[in-house]
Design a protein around this ligand. Structure first.
Ligand SMILES: CC(C)(COP(=O)(O)OP(=O)(O)OC[C@H]1O[C@@H](n2cnc3c(N)ncnc32)[C@H](O)[C@@H]1O)[C@@H](O)C(=O)NCCC(=O)NCCS
Ligand SMILES: Nc1ncnc2c1ncn2[C@@H]1O[C@H](COP(=O)(O)OP(=O)(O)OP(=O)(O)O)[C@@H](O)[C@H]1O
Length: 532
C-alpha cells in the first residue's frame, strides 16, 4: 500500500483556502505545532475530533479515562488553550465520539472541505476513512497530513469530581462566543446525560459592560450557543432561553442537577442555590471552571479572554457589510463620518486627513453657505425676515436658533434651505479635489439622509456620561444645558446600527489613533479590491 507523505508545509497547501476543516487528532498535546500553518488554510471553522475516541480503522486507543466523559475536560481545555491566539477561527472540539461508545460517524453542521490528520496514514485507509466516516464531506475536499501525532495518555486531575448528571445548567451573555464560553458549554455537555439548559442575558442586564452597544442581539447570541451545542453534542437536548436576572430557570427547575460556573461567577452559583433552598428545592452541584487568560491583551483590554476585548478588537474593522450603491461612482470613495456631540469626530477626521483622505467638515461648510452672497443666505432672509440678519450683515445664528428650536416646522424650513446648499457645496469641493478618498464629517449625516451620498458610514461613539462631561468642559456648559443638548441627539445604538465601521474614543487619543489607522489600512485594501 502506498504511503502518502504529504506534510503540512508550504508545498502541500491546497490551492483554495478552505472554509471549514476537520482535524483528526491522535495527539491532542501537539495541536499547537500544526495550527500556525493550518490557520492559513482555513478561514472559518475548525472542527477537532480526537481519533483516539473513535472506533476507527486508522487505529483506536481506549484507555480507561474514555469511560468517564468529564475526565476529558483537561484534555479539551488543553486543546482549546493551544488555539487561543487564533481567535478569528471558530474552533469546535466534537464530543459525540467521547461520550458514546462505538460512534462511527463524525457529524458536523458545516460541510467539510479540508480534512487534516496529525499523522501519516496509508492513502487508501485515509480515503476509506473519509468516505465512510465523514458524511458532511464536500465533493472537492482536500487532505493534509501532519507529523505530530503519537498518542499520549491524557492527564487527569485526580482531585476533581467527575460525576455525570441528567441535566446541567449555566448562564451568560455569550456575546461573540469565545474559547472560555466554549469550555463552559463543553463542561456542561460533558456533565449531562440528557439535557443542557443555558440562560442568555437580555438587554437590561448589559448596560454596565464595556461597549455594550456592540453586543450582538439576543437572538444571535442564543443561536450562537445553540449552534455550538448542536455541533459538539447533538445527542442531548439543548434548552437555550433568555434570562432577565442572574437566576433564570435555575432558581426553580426541580429537574436540574448541576450548574457550571467560572471562578468569577461561582458566587452566582451559590446565590442560585440560596434561592433554590428558599423554594424548597435541592441545591445544584456547582462545577467551577478556571478562568482562561488572553494570550496578548493590550492596554484597556481585559487580562482574561472576554467578549469586551473582542468588541474592542472590532473597532476600526468592518462590523457591517458594505452594500454597494449603484448611483455612486467608484472614485472618489466617500466615507461619511458621524457620531454624537463630543464623540471625537473631528479628531478622527483630522487623523484621516493626515493619512491622505480629503476631509470635509460639514459644520464648516454650513457656516460657509450662510455667509452673505453664498447660496443659502438670500433664501434664509426671504423666509425668516430681516430680523435674523445682524448688524454686521451676517445671519445671526443665535437668533435663528431661537426661532427654529422651539418650532419643528420652522426647523424643517431652515433645513430644506441649508441642507441642499451644503450638499451642493460639498460636491463642488469633492469635484475640485480630485481625491481618491473623501471623508465627509457631519453630526447630522444620518438625520439629513446624507449617508446615501457615501460608500460607507463610519461612526464615533462614547458613553453618554463621558459625552456629558466632555461637553461641559469643552463648551463651558452647565450640567442642565449639556444634558438637554445630549437629549436632543440620536443615541449611540442608532449610530452603530447605521455604521460599517465604529470608533470608540473613550481612552487616550493614541488608542483612538490606532483604531483610525487600522480602519484606514483596511479601507485601502478594500478599495484596491474594488479597483482591480
Ligand atoms: C449573571 C450571569 C449569568 C451573567 O453572565 P456574564 O455576563 O458574566 O456572561 P459572559 O458571557 O461574560 O460569561 C459567561 C460565563 O463564562 C464565564 N467566562 C467568561 N470569560 C471567561 C474566561 N476568560 N475564563 C473562564 N470563564 C469565563 C463567565 O464567568 C460566565 O460564567 C453570570 O455572570 C452568573 O452569575 N452566572 C452564575 C449563575 C448562573 O449561571 N445563572 C443563570 C442560570 S440559568
Ligand atoms: N480619544 C480621546 N480621548 C480623550 N478625549 C478625547 C478623545 N477624543 C476626543 N476627545 C476630547 O473630546 C472632546 C470632543 O472631541 P471632538 O471635538 O473631536 O468631538 P466631535 O465629535 O467632533 O464633537 P462635536 O461634534 O461636538 O464638535 C474634545 O474636547 C477632545 O479633546
Amino acid at each position: 500500500m502506498q504511503q502518502q507523505k504529504t506534510l503540512i508545509s508550504e508545498a502541500a497547501r491546497p490551492k483554495m483556502i478552505a472554509k471549514t476543516a476537520l482535524l483528526i487528532v491522535s495527539n491532542p498535546n501537539h495541536i499547537g505545532k500544526i495550527l500556525p500553518s493550518l490557520t492559513k488554510q482555513v478561514n472559518k471553522t475548525l472542527y477537532i475530533q480526537l481519533l483516539s475516541a473513535l472506533s476507527s480503522p486508522l487505529g483506536s486507543f481506549c484507555p480507561e479515562i474514555f469511560n468517564v466523559w468529564p475526565k476529558f475536560t483537561q484534555t479539551i481545555s488543553g486543546i482549546y488553550a493551544q488555539t487561543l491566539q487564533f481567535e478569528d477561527l471558530d474552533v469546535r472540539v466534537l464530543l459525540s465520539g467521547l461520550k458514546y461508545k462505538n460512534v462511527e460517524y463524525i457529524k458536523t453542521r458545516q460541510p467539510i472541505d479540508l480534512v487534516v490528520f496529525d499523522k501519516c496514514y496509508p492513502e487508501d485507509d485515509i480515503t476509506n476513512f473519509i468516505k465512510t466516516r465523514i458524511p458532511s464531506i464536500t465533493d472537492s475536499y482536500s487532505i493534509l497530513l501532519g507529523d505530530s501525532g503519537e498518542f499520549e495518555e491524557p492527564t487527569v486531575d485526580a482531585t476533581r469530581d467527575y460525576n455525570v448528571y441528567k441535566h446541567s445548567v449555566l448562564g451568560g451573555t455569550f456575546d461573540r462566543l469565545h474559547t472560555a464560553h466554549k469550555l463552559l458549554l463543553t463542561e456542561a455537555a460533558l456533565r449531562a446525560t440528557e439535557k443542557v439548559t443555558v440562560g442568555v442575558t437580555v438587554e437590561n442586564m448589559l448596560g454596565s459592560k464595556t461597549l455594550w452597544e456592540l453586543i450582538e442581539p439576543l437572538e444571535n447570541r442564543i443561536n450562537g450557543v445553540k449552534d455550538f451545542l448542536e455541533d459538539i453534542n447533538p445527542e442531548i437536548i439543548h434548552n437555550v432561553v433568555p434570562i432577565s436576572d442572574m437566576y433564570g430557570p435555575a432558581k426553580d427547575d426541580p429537574t436540574m442537577d448541576v450548574i457550571v460556573v467560572s471562578s468569577e461567577t461561582e458566587r452566582g452559583g451559590v446565590k442560585v442555590n440560596e434561592m433554590r433552598c428558599k423554594c424548597g428545592l435541592q441545591p445544584l452541584k456547582i462545577v467551577t471552571v478556571d478562568l482562561i487568560n488572553d494570550p496578548n491583551p493590550s492596554p484597556h483590554e481585559e487580562i482574561k479572554v472576554s467578549s469586551s476585548t473582542r468588541r474592542i478588537r472590532t473597532l476600526g474593522k468592518v462590523i457591517q457589510a458594505i452594500t454597494p450603491k449603484a448611483h455612486l461612482t467608484e472614485k472618489p470613495y466617500i466615507i461619511g463620518l458621524t457620531g454624537g456631540i463630543c464623540s471625537g469626530k473631528s479628531g478622527v477626521g483630522r487623523r484621516l486627513a493626515e493619512l491622505g483622505a480629503y476631509h470635509i467638515d460639514c459644520d464648516k461648510v454650513a457656516h460657509f453657505v450662510y455667509e452673505p452672497g453664498k447660496p443659502a443666505y438670500n433664501k434664509i432672509v426671504e423666509t425668516f425676515g430681516k430680523e435674523v440678519v445682524g448688524e454686521n450683515g451676517e445671519i445671526n445664528r443665535k437668533e435663528i436658533g431661537a426661532i427654529v428650536f422651539k418650532d419643528p416646522k420652522q426647523l424643517q424650513k431652515l433645513n430644506s434651505i441649508v441642507w441642499p446648499a451644503i450638499v451642493e457645496e460639498v460636491q463642488e469641493r469633492i469635484r475640485k479635489s480630485n481625491a481618491d478618498v473623501v471623508v465627509m464629517e457631519a453630526a447630522i449625516l444620518l438625520g439629513a439622509g446624507w449617508n446615501k451620498h457615501c460608500h460607507e458610514v463610519w461612526a464615533t461613539v462614547i458613553p453618554p456620561d463621558v459625552a456629558l462631561q466632555r461637553l461641559q468642559e469643552r463648551n463651558k456648559l452647565s450640567l442642565e444645558d449639556a444634558k438637554s443638548r445630549l437629549a436632543a441627539q440620536i443615541d449611540n445604538k442608532k449610530y452603530i446600527e447605521a455604521a460599517n465601521v465604529v470608533f470608540y474614543s473613550l481612552w487616550d487619543t493614541e488608542t483612538t489613533k490606532k483604531q483610525v489607522d487600522k480602519a484606514w489600512e483596511l479601507l485601502l485594501e478594500r478599495i484596491k479590491c474594488i479597483n482591480t
